[in-house]
Design a protein around this ligand. Structure first.
Ligand SMILES: *Cc1c(COP(=O)(O)O)cnc(C)c1O
Length: 231
């Protein structure tokens, strides 16, 4: 399996480099977050051996268990899944980044619960750009107010936005949604926030996301293979 993970990782790096080159962006303008949800710790070790340091987890308890199992490695852990109030303490203690903040109450709890010996939690706001009704994410009209409030919290550092668009029918449609996210991102910076992270693009749409300005793609399937169940 180890050659498999390292080969796939190499292929994903090539996809990113090619997508950057095709729109004239520097190859290091986009970072790769390896999404290891549902995958065993051993798969993370294999990716680490192939040079991958940043990993994303959706399910908090699963992520915390994996973080503990892999505490011997210098990994950077990103929480990218929905966060209920009763899980904020685990997130504040164990993760370095959170991409999935969509309400102030969760941000306030994370800031209050961030242990003093750790650097500020690096956070992105999840925004529901395409208006999917049953999806998490702040609605675009509410984004600026949330961003301004989160930016004031002492133990969080607001870094940017995350989007999870509905699967698009084609590349043109995917790019249109990603472009809207980039416009929101630019509008927050124009309003005086200092954001450097636009977390968008997954296995199916990383090229479209990169073409529209993504700075971080979150890739699971293309690195680790298909997940056991719909997750
Ligand atoms: C599962 C997941 C990913 C990775 O999706 P793939 O299609 O497997 O690359 C990225 N972001 C989030 C928020 C996810 O839940």
């Amino acid at each position: 399996m180890s050659t498999q993970v390292s080969d796939k990782l190499q292929q994903v790096r090539q996809r990113i480099a090619k997508a950057c080159a095709s729109v004239g962006r520097a190859a290091d303008a986009v970072t790769l977050l390896a999404v290891s949800k549902t995958m065993p710790a051993q798969a993370v070790r294999e990716a680490y051996a192939a040079g991958q340091l940043a990993f994303g987890e959706n399910y908090i308890q699963e992520g915390v268990d994996k973080i503990a199992e892999l505490a011997d490695l210098p990994l950077q852990w990103h929480c990218i899944g929905p966060i209920q109030s009763n899980k904020t303490q685990l997130v504040a203690k164990h993760f370095g980044w959170v991409h999935s903040i969509d309400r102030l109450k969760i941000a306030e709890r994370l800031s209050a619960q961030r242990p003093a010996h750790l650097p500020p939690l690096q956070v992105c706001l999840q925004v529901n750009v395409d208006g999917g009704a049953n999806k998490s994410g702040v609605a675009p009209p509410d984004l600026l107010a949330l961003a301004e409030a989160v930016a004031k919290l002492p133990n969080l550092q607001l870094r940017g936005l995350m989007t999870i668009p509905e699967p698009a029918e084609n590349d043109t449609a995917a790019r249109a949604v990603h472009r809207q996210a980039k416009e929101l991102f630019d509008s927050l910076n124009a309003a005086g926030l200092k954001l450097d992270t636009l977390s968008m693009g997954m296995t199916a749409d990383m090229e479209a996301a990169i073409a529209e300005g993504s700075t971080c793609v979150r890739v699971g399937t293309a690195i680790f293979g298909a997940r056991p169940t719909a997750a």
